[in-house]
Design a protein around this ligand. Structure first.
Ligand SMILES: NC(=O)c1ccc[n+]([C@@H]2O[C@H](COP(=O)([O-])OP(=O)(O)OC[C@H]3O[C@@H](n4cnc5c(N)ncnc54)[C@H](OP(=O)(O)O)[C@@H]3O)[C@@H](O)[C@H]2O)c1
Ligand SMILES: [Zn+2]
Length: 350
C-alpha cells in the first residue's frame, strides 16, 4: 500500500510516496483504516535520521491517526468493526517494571508510532487494542488526528512532571508549532496564569486567545528571560514548558522562580546547553524531562478533550494527493497547530 514518507534519509527533497506491506492485526491488536493522519516535528527528525534510532526503509511518516477499525486480532472482542477511533501513538510493552507500575511512558521498550514503526500517513495502521479510543462525537477526522500526541505530551509535562498548581505562573516557550497550542490550553485549564513567549506577534496573539493572560514577543533587545522577569515583577515563573532546547533553556533557567520547575520536552534548536548551576541551586529550581504520557494520563486528557474543555488546533487539512506539500507546511514559519493529511478515502473530512 502507498504511504507518504521517504526511501532514504535527507531533507524535504526526499519526501514522496513509498510502498509498504499491508499490515495484519495479531493477537491483542486492531487494524485501523486511516481517515486522517497528522504530522509532528518528529517526522522531520525521522526524515533527517535520529542517532541511535535505526528505522526500516522505506519509511512512512505519521504518529497521529484517526479512522475506522476494519480488522481485529482473533482475541479482540470488545471493538466492533466500523468503530470510529483515534490512535494513541505511544507503544509500550505492558510488561516491564515501569509498565507494571502504571508508568508506561517510562517503558523500557517505549516506541512511538511513526518513529520506531511505520507511521499513519497511509491506508492502514495496526496498533494494540489498548491504543484506540472512540472518536469524540461531533469531531471531524482532522480534529481526531490532531489531538493524541501533543495533548498527552503537554498534559503529563505540565500536570505530572511540572506539578503545576492553580494560581501558579507558567510560561510556554514557543507560540506556534504543534505542541504549544495544546500546552497553553492545558496550563490554563489546570488553573495556571499563563504567559506565552514567541518570535512572531501574530502567532503569539493566536496562542493568547487559547487561554494565556500575557503574550510576550521576543526580539534582539528583549530576550524571553527578561520579558518573563518583568511579567512576574522580578519573582520568576513557577513552571516553564520548553521544547526549543539549546537556544532557550539557559535563559528559561534564569527566568525560574524559587522552587520553580523547568520542564523540557524537546530540543528543536539543538540538545547541548551550558547552564549556570549557581542559578539552579540558589533558586532551588529543578530541570525535568518529560515524554509522551502514561495510559492513565492519556485517559485523563482524552476525557478533557471529549468533554470540550480542550480543543485540538488544526493548522491546515490537505488532500492525500497534496501530501508532499502538506509535509512542507510543517516547516513554515507561520504554522500554528497541527498539519493534517486526509487519506484517499472519498468520505474523509465529514
Ligand atoms: N517529549 C515528547 O514526548 C515530545 C512530544 C511532542 C514534541 N516533542 C518535541 O517538542 C518540540 C516541538 O515540537 P512541535 O511539534 O511543536 O514543533 P516545532 O516546529 O519544533 O515547534 C516550533 C516551536 O518552537 C518555537 N521556537 C523555535 N525556535 C525558537 C526560539 N529560538 N525561540 C523561541 N521559540 C522558538 C516556535 O516558536 P514560534 O512560534 O515563535 O516560531 C514554535 O512554537 C520538537 O523538538 C518535538 O520533537 C517532544
Ligand atoms: Zn514497559
Amino acid at each position: 500500500m502507498k504511504g507518504l514518507g521517504f526511501a532514504a534519509h535527507g531533507g524535504p527533497e526526499r519526501v514522496g510516496w513509498v510502498d509498504i506491506p499491508r499490515p495484519e492485526p495479531g493477537p491483542g491488536e486492531v487494524r485501523v483504516r486511516v481517515r486522517a493522519a497528522a504530522f509532528n516535528r518528529l517526522d522531520r527528525f525521522v526524515l533527517e535520521g535520529i542517532p541511535g534510532v535505526p528505522i526500516e526503509l522505506p519509511h512512512v511518516f505519521g504518529s497521529d491517526a484517526a479512522g475506522v477499525v476494519d480488522a481485529v486480532g482473533e482475541d479482540v472482542s470488545d471493538v466492533p468493526l466500523g468503530t470510529e477511533v483515534l490512535v494513541n501513538p505511544a507503544l509500550w510493552d505492558g510488561t516491564c517494571e515501569y509498565c507494571l507500575k502504571g508508568q508506561e511512558s517510562l517503558c523500557r521498550n517505549l516506541r512511538i508510532l511513526g518513529e520506531h514503526t511505520q507511521g499513519s500517513a497511509t491506508e492502514l495502521v495496526v496498533v494494540p487494542r489498548r491504543n484506540v479510543h472512540s472518536k469524540p462525537s461531533g469531531w471531524s477526522w482532522a480534529q481526531a488526528a490532531a489531538a493524541p500526541l501533543v495533548f498527552q505530551t503537554a498534559w503529563r509535562a505540565l500536570r505530572t512532571v511540572g506539578e503545576l498548581r492553580p494560581g501558579e505562573t507558567v510560561a510556554v516557550i514557543g507560540a506556534g508549532g504543534a505542541v504549544a497550542p495544546a500546552a497553553v490550553q492545558i496550563a490554563h485549564r489546570l488553573g495556571g496564569r499563563v504567559a506565552v513567549v514567541g518570535r512572531n506577534a501574530a502567532k503569539v496573539e493566536r496562542a493568547v486567545a487559547l487561554g494565556a493572560e500575557a503574550g510576550l514577543v521576543v526580539s534582539a533587545e528583549r530576550s524571553h528571560d527578561r520579558l518573563l522577569w518583568d511579567w512576574t515583577k522580578k519573582r520568576g515563573v513557577d513552571v516553564i514548558f520548553d521544547s526549543v532546547g539549546a537556544e532557550t533553556v539557559p535563559r528559561s533557567l534564569r527566568a525560574l522562580a524559587r522552587g520553580g520547575r523547568l520542564v523540557v520536552i524537546g530540543a528543536t534548536e539543538g540538545p547541548d546547553v551550558e547552564l549556570d548551576l549557581r542559578t539552579l541551586f540558589w533558586r532551588q529550581g529543578s530541570i525535568r524531562g518529560s515524554t509522551m504520557a502514561s495510559r492513565a494520563e492519556f485517559d485523563q486528557v482524552y476525557a478533557e478533550l471529549a468533554q470540550g474543555h480542550l480543543v485540538p488546533v488544526v493548522d491546515s487539512e490537505w488532500e492525500w494527493e497534496k501530501g508532499v506539500d502538506a509535509f512542507r507546511r510543517l516547516g513554515a514559519p507561520d504554522v500554528f497547530g497541527k498539519v493534517v493529511l486526509r487519506t484517499s478515502v472519498s468520505d474523509v473530512g465529514t
